[in-house]
Design a protein around this ligand. Structure first.
Ligand code: FES
Length: 293
């Protein structure tokens, strides 16, 4: 491990003006972080592979990744702070400014958005009086948009410090943040018990979660995630196929032999009726006519 007198330590990215070296940690904090850093680095054949967990480690110390934290990572790994900064600014899980004890992320990717994620985000903005990436005055909650967390089957999803709160509603999400701010116990829908952002960052650095019940947490996928698997295994009755009503507007005509094409032969039985040029001969598809033609 290099020392703080290394020429690389504290070296900043400069745009014309020389940047002052980042202030160091107090000696006792640095000693403690160095012990943890040694443990993390020992897990990898190449020390620079430890950069991601080390950034979580310094985030656990201050609640976000500071210049001091990045200089520390550069120092112990023998990297430049420019290299560390490039990584820290690439991943959204590293925060670059002070944040709340609870990072409340609302998934606003397509599926969650249409299932109510956008409405939840708007409701929380108004309820908390903060915008995206902002923290409430009491320092408890930081609100932000998050990207898809592969929990689309439980949409709309809210995550608090990366723990899942499934099938949320605007009213439920407001209740959730009220409980967090008031210090009332809050239990994620599945997975580990909730902890603060700094505690979460330490777990992400690779240190065990020693809280009661945490070791047994995690569980398995929820019912919605397993529905397809059960169907494939024949453990669930196949979905009921609904044929268009005979003689109705979406009836599939029989062929000359009196055979009516099955849904598999034409349109999925779950698809909405499609208006195409075949079904709407008065408006055939084709290249748009130039104006004046
Ligand atoms: S779109 Fe929200 S979890 Fe996938």
């Amino acid at each position: 491990m290099t020392t703080s007198s290394s020429p690389r330590a504290g070296q900043g990215v400069s745009l014309g003006m020389p940047e002052l070296p980042a202030p160091g940690y107090p000696d006792d904090v640095r000693d403690r972080l160095e012990r943890d850093a040694r443990e993390i680095i020992a897990r990898y054949p190449d020390s620079r592979s430890a950069l991601l967990p080390l950034l979580h480690l310094v985030q656990a110390e201050e609640g976000h990744v500071t210049r001091t934290g990045m200089a520390f990572c550069a120092d112990v790994l023998g990297l430049t702070t420019a290299e560390v900064t490039a990584v820290a600014t690439f991943y959204t899980m590293y925060r670059r400014k002070p944040s709340g004890d609870y990072q409340v992320g609302v998934c606003t990717n397509t599926l969650c958005a249409v299932m109510g994620g956008d409405a939840i985000f708007e409701a929380l903005q108004e309820h908390l009086g903060v915008g995206n990436g902002e923290t409430t005055d009491d320092g408890k909650v930081t609100l932000e948009h998050i990207e898809c967390n592969a929990a689309c089957d439980f949409a709309p999803v809210v995550m608090v410090n990366w723990e899942f709160f499934d099938n949320q509603t605007p009213a439920g999400a407001k209740h959730l943040v009220d409980d967090l701010r008031a210090g009332r116990p809050v239990t994620p829908t599945r997975g580990a018990p909730l902890c603060t952002f700094k505690e979460t960052a330490r777990i992400l650095a690779g240190f065990p979660d020693e809280r009661e019940g945490a070791a047994d947490a995690g569980g398995s996928a929820g019912h919605a995630s397993l529905a397809g698997l059960r169907l494939a295994r024949g453990e669930t009755a196949p979905a009921r196929v609904v044929h268009p009503r005979e003689g109705g507007p979406h009836d599939t005509p029989r062929d000359a032999a009196g055979h009516r094409p099955s849904p598999a032969e034409h349109l999925s039985s779950h698809d909405a009726p499609q208006d195409t040029s075949a079904s709407d001969p008065a408006h055939p598809a084709g290249p748009a006519a130039e104006e004046g033609e």
